[in-house]
Design a protein around this ligand. Structure first.
Ligand SMILES: Nc1ncnc2c1ncn2[C@@H]1O[C@H](COP(=O)(O)OP(=O)(O)O)[C@@H](O)[C@H]1O
Ligand SMILES: [Mg+2]
Length: 268
């Protein structure tokens, strides 16, 4: 089976791209898949902080592509799983790597290390670095929250991703709030699917413990048995081609209330 190279993207910042990329990469590794996570945000790198390895970064993906540094010297083995590797973005704001060279660098790393999944975290715009990351991927996970601006950004991202030839696209709705009543006028899950023209691959709850964990480089392995961890596990399984219905193994959710969120209540 060939490596699956996936960009985790949206042309909007702050929707959870890096959070989803890091936790999904860990979940894939915990499910037995050798996984590489690459920070392609050459504006402000963040995955080293999210993984809690900022003190261990010596070389980055730019050093590998442009300065002849061996990939094995730039890769950081995550402490949580022997199957999770990470490669950082350059520290300061840096120019993108030329797409063909970036693609070759990623393909070589995949071959050398035998990765099953490579997740490429992108910046929140459609600039050169996005183009660079997209050039190495064959599919895209597009992240949206329930916010109208984020939904609009997801739609635009789908178009931008298709323009670079990636037609395998899936939507992840992040920061889904199970707890409170949907505010009047808020888009339902079906509305979001309608508006973005994207197939849904999963819904991740809003969980205030995620940003708290991030302050100390912690990921979902520290939230075992929670719906948040289950959400990532379900998405990992769906990526592997398994049919896992929405909210499988979620606990304590009010199904009636959740249906209100899912079904469109607006006239067409
Ligand atoms: N499901 C979630 N629940 C709660 N907070 C979240 C969730 N996903 C992301 N966040 C928080 O939102 C903020 C932005 O996330 P980040 O992953 O950096 O976004 P992006 O990479 O799209 O700019 C971070 O503080 C992160 O901890
Ligand atoms: Mg980010």
């Amino acid at each position: 089976m060939g490596v699956k190279k996936i960009i985790v993207t949206s042309c909007k910042g702050g929707v959870g791209k890096s959070t989803v990329a890091a936790n999904l990469a860990l979940q894939l590794a915990l499910a037995g898949h050798k996984t590489l996570l690459v920070d392609c945000d050459f504006g402000i790198r963040s995955l080293d902080l999210i993984l809690g390895v900022e003190d261990r970064v010596v070389f980055d993906i730019r050093d590998v592509a442009l300065r002849g540094v061996e990939f094995s010297r730039a890769v950081i083995h995550d402490r949580r799983s022997p199957l999770l590797d990470f490669c950082a973005a350059p520290a300061g704001e840096s120019e993108a790597i030329e797409p063909a060279l970036f693609r070759t660098t990623i393909n070589r790393a995949a071959e050398e290390q035998g990765y099953e999944y490579i997740l490429l975290d992108t910046p929140g715009d459609e600039g050169d670095t996005f183009m660079m990351a997209a050039s190495a991927a064959e599919s895209a996970l597009i992240i949206s929250t329930m916010q109208p601006t984020s939904i609009r950004a997801a739609e635009r991202t789908g178009t931008a991703v298709a323009e670079v030839g990636i037609f395998s696209q899936r939507l992840i709705i992040n920061c889904f709030d199970f707890a409170s009543k949907p505010p009047p006028g808020q888009a339902s899950v079906l509305d979001i699917i309608d508006k973005t023209y994207l197939q849904l691959i999963g819904i991740i709850p809003y969980d205030s413990r995620l940003p708290e964990l991030q302050l100390k480089g912690g990921l979902i392995d520290e939230l075992p048995g929670t719906n948040t961890a289950t959400a990532f596990a379900n998405i990992a399984q769906r990526l592997a081609g398994k049919n896992v219905p929405l909210f499988t193994s979620f606990r304590g959710i009010n199904k009636k209330r959740v249906m209100k969120y899912i079904l469109s209540t607006r006239p067409v």
